[in-house]
Design a protein around this ligand. Structure first.
Ligand code: GLN
Length: 421
């Protein structure tokens, strides 16, 4: 059978229309009847009724979630295993995703039994066979095993523009190989979804019981004094959905780390006699998690234990001292964001993954802003002036991403050393 497929030419004028352009769809052929026609095997249906059609890969089924875009050029496996992406669908602006396969090392979740947090991914180019010596599993098989739905052939630049202009939409991603979808029902499902605002998404991803963490990373860390296998500081990491690379860097910085569930009481934590408290990253609305996390943190701050927070941990520390957080329109997700460290005047290129931000106007007098985003001026870090505590919105563990901000782990170690002295 002879047929012609139009090469994919994104039509940027059509960006904001109801039907966004997409690449050629797979053909379905009926040999007996002698026809072949394009069939969408996956769709993304936004709450406003916009429908994007493409080719499905990964898990088969449907999921409702919030759509964000991530501008990282590498590290898709780390992104898709980061627990902070709970209830989200990631649109990758980098066109080639999946071509280095997947492996046993590049995982960010520490909770291997838990279901994947991210619900789906959207890419431009169809995924290929893996081409990398580290790959142990095909991307498609890996996504299926983790119940993550994939949609390719989408003009991801147009979708990113839509998110930038209208904000992160709620949507249903659906993959059915027969290409049969009840679009009206999917529109209704997307429109009826409650969204992430107001959702505490920590319970499914936090550790169920305290455990010790001892592993270091594969690559040597930057800007850390070598620990020579010696544990100089005892750190309790409160797990709101912690990334593995953060725990590895704490270990490399010379910390003996005990990971505790998000609901561990201040008394239980204090009984471990920590030199420092780490507040982890995690999914969902910080103001909801704060309802139980803030009293615990306030109690620990009273005890003047040095404290360091990352991302959700940063937001919850800010809430604990009386500041407020708000939902962002498009959020920050990528590995190329410039951030200014106001304490040194240096600019670092950082990894980002957040959809909420600390409202800097609400910061009380006993805290100062230490970092800010040079993309949009949003707050990226605070330090308390009356307690040994600081936190950052970006991801100094940088997995994936540039490692400019590794120095923050050293800053935490220095804070613990000063407290001991
Ligand atoms: N990576 C994170 O810790 C994300 C924090 C929070 N859930 C947000 O989206 O802003």
């Amino acid at each position: 059978m002879d047929f012609w497929i139009e090469p994919f030419k994104p039509d940027f004028k059509a960006r904001m229309t109801q039907d966004l352009p997409s690449s050629p769809l797979p053909l379905r052929t009926d040999e007996a009847k002698g026809w072949s026609k394009p069939v969408a095997t996956a769709v993304l249906v936004l709450a406003d009724g916009t429908v994007l059609r493409g080719s499905g890969f990964g898990a088969i089924g449907e999921a409702v979630a919030e759509v964000c875009f991530n501008t990282a050029m590498t590290g898709y496996q780390e992104i898709l295993t980061d627990p902070s992406y709970a209830e989200q669908i990631v649109t990758f602006t980098f066109p080639h995703i999946g071509n280095v396969g997947t492996n046993e090392d590049d995982f960010e979740t520490t909770n291997f039994e838990a279901q994947a947090s991210v619900r789906g991914l959207i890419v431009l180019a169809p995924i290929t066979n893996p081409s990398n010596h580290r790959s142990t599993s095909h991307f498609d098989a890996w996504l299926k095993s983790r119940s993550i739905i994939g949609l390719s052939g989408i003009d991801t630049r147009a979708l990113t523009t839509l998110i930038r202009e209208k904000g992160m939409p709620n949507a249903v991603i659906a993959h059915h190989p027969d290409g049969i979808f009840d679009i009206e029902a999917l529109k209704a499902k997307a429109a009826a979804w409650h969204g992430i605002d107001g959702m505490d998404l920590v319970p499914p991803v936090t550790s169920s019981k305290p455990h010790e963490w001892t592993a270091t990373g594969i690559l040597p860390a930057r800007a850390l004094q070598p620990n020579n296998g010696e544990n100089r500081h005892r750190v309790v990491a409160i797990d709101y959905g912690v990334k593995r690379s953060i725990l590895q860097l704490l270990t490399e910085a010379g910390c003996a780390v005990t990971v505790v569930p998000a609901t561990a009481s201040a008394q239980e934590i204090a009984a471990l006699e920590p030199d420092g408290i780490f507040l982890s990253n995690g999914p969902g609305d910080p103001a909801e998690t704060a309802k139980y996390a803030v009293p615990i943190i306030q109690d620990l701050l009273e005890r003047k234990i040095p404290t360091f927070g990352i991302c959700l941990g940063h937001q919850i520390l800010a809430l604990a001292i009386g500041a407020k957080t708000h939902k962002m329109r498009q959020g920050h997700h990528g590995a190329n964001h410039p951030v200014l460290d106001k304490t040194t005047g240096k600019v670092e290129i950082v990894s980002m993954n957040h959809g909420f931000a600390v409202d800097i106007e609400t910061l009380p007098p006993q805290a100062v802003e230490t970092h800010l985003s040079l993309f949009d001026g949003t707050n990226c870090g605070i330090a308390l002036t009356d307690r040994p505590a600081f936190s950052v919105q970006h991801h100094p563990e940088a997995s994936p991403g540039p490692r400019d901000s590794h120095y923050l782990f050293q800053r935490f170690v220095t804070l613990m050393e000063q407290a001991k002295a």
